[in-house]
Design a protein around this ligand. Structure first.
Ligand SMILES: [Zn+2]
Length: 314
């Protein structure tokens, strides 16, 4: 079920220098003030990328001293980041069931009793297996469906079910009422910097529909992806659309960032629309590129299928 995500974000209403709508969603603010006993004026979200394994990113989402972690592929770097900042971990927000995204869940659940582990219904059984006997420490699954919301203090994250990489793959669209930055989208292995995940469980039409839905989010939304694959993905983008100025500019920016030791995450929906070939299945240049390799696509899904199979052997 498609739902509009372009309206009503508190950060959008706060633009223009007028009085800041600290309350954001009124009902939410009332609940928040009641639960804390006082009205906070700094309801904002902080995001900390945590490199894991070889090229994975976990992310801490923080509200004050409380934290949730997206996709902890291993526990040690996440525990170190939490302790360095004096944060208490309350939840794991898993984008899908693969071990390089939930491999740290069991150890985190042992370290933080009562940990909530959020996951889509279709990926829940395998994440439950990753959790193992941590239920003894009070850890519990929070089984999600599309459109549901998880919260961490003032932070709200809406679930977007985007099947294709796995059948239960989800993204989290997160913001807090006082954010100065646009909302953050945590995409796991569905949308990467200039690329997308492989089709392990879904088909091309399913993945293309999932990516189109993400691409329709507001341009300013920040995209936090699950792997540092951006350089290799941009090489593929250059092969698909040689001479593309936006792709070349992104490559130059990326090389400077990597040289300075900075990750390529986050990007933005706007940057992905411009430079990610998998979001450009209706672009005449991309269609021409797959035709030149012998494909005869009659739909965006077929263009996507040709691109995905090209990239798989690139
Ligand atoms: Zn994966």
């Amino acid at each position: 079920m498609a739902r509009p995500y372009t309206r009503g974000w508190p950060w959008a209403r706060a633009q223009g220098g007028g009085p800041r709508d600290v309350a954001g969603d009124g009902a939410f603010a009332v609940h928040d003030a009641a639960s804390r006993g006082a009205l906070r004026l700094d309801l904002s979200m902080e995001i900390v990328p945590v490199p894991c394994l070889r090229d994975n990113f976990a992310y801490l989402v923080c509200d004050g001293a409380r934290a949730a972690v997206i996709d902890p592929g291993e526990a040690a770097p996440v525990l170190a980041a939490l302790r360095a900042r004096g944060l208490a971990l309350e939840a794991v927000w898993a984008t899908h069931h693969h071990p390089d995204h939930v491999g740290g869940v069991r150890a985190l659940a042992a370290a933080y009793p009562g940990l909530a582990v959020a996951v889509h219904r279709l990926d829940a059984p395998r994440v439950a297996a990753a959790l193992g006997d941590a239920a003894g420490a009070g850890a519990h699954l929070v089984v999600l469906e599309d459109g549901e919301v998880v919260t961490l203090g003032a932070v709200r994250a809406e679930i977007l079910h985007n099947p294709g990489h796995t059948l239960g793959a989800i993204s989290y669209l997160a913001c807090a009422p006082g954010d100065k930055e646009p909302p953050a989208l945590f995409t796991g292995d569905t949308l990467f910097g200039a690329g997308c995940g492989r089709l392990f469980e879904g088909d091309a039409a399913m993945m293309q529909a999932s990516l189109s839905r993400l691409a329709a989010l507001p341009a300013q939304v920040r995209v936090y992806f699950g792997h540092e694959y951006t350089r290799a993905n941009l090489r593929f983008a250059e092969a698909v659309t040689p001479g593309d100025a936006a792709v070349a500019a992104r490559r130059a920016t990326l090389e400077a960032a990597l040289l300075a030791g900075q990750p390529s995450t986050p990007s933005s929906i706007e940057l992905e629309r411009q430079t990610n070939p998998f979001l450009r299945c209706a672009d005449p240049h991309v269609v021409a590129a797959v035709r030149a390799r012998g494909a005869e696509p009659s739909s965006a899904a077929e263009v996507f299928a040709a691109l995905r199979s090209w990239k798989d052997s690139f």
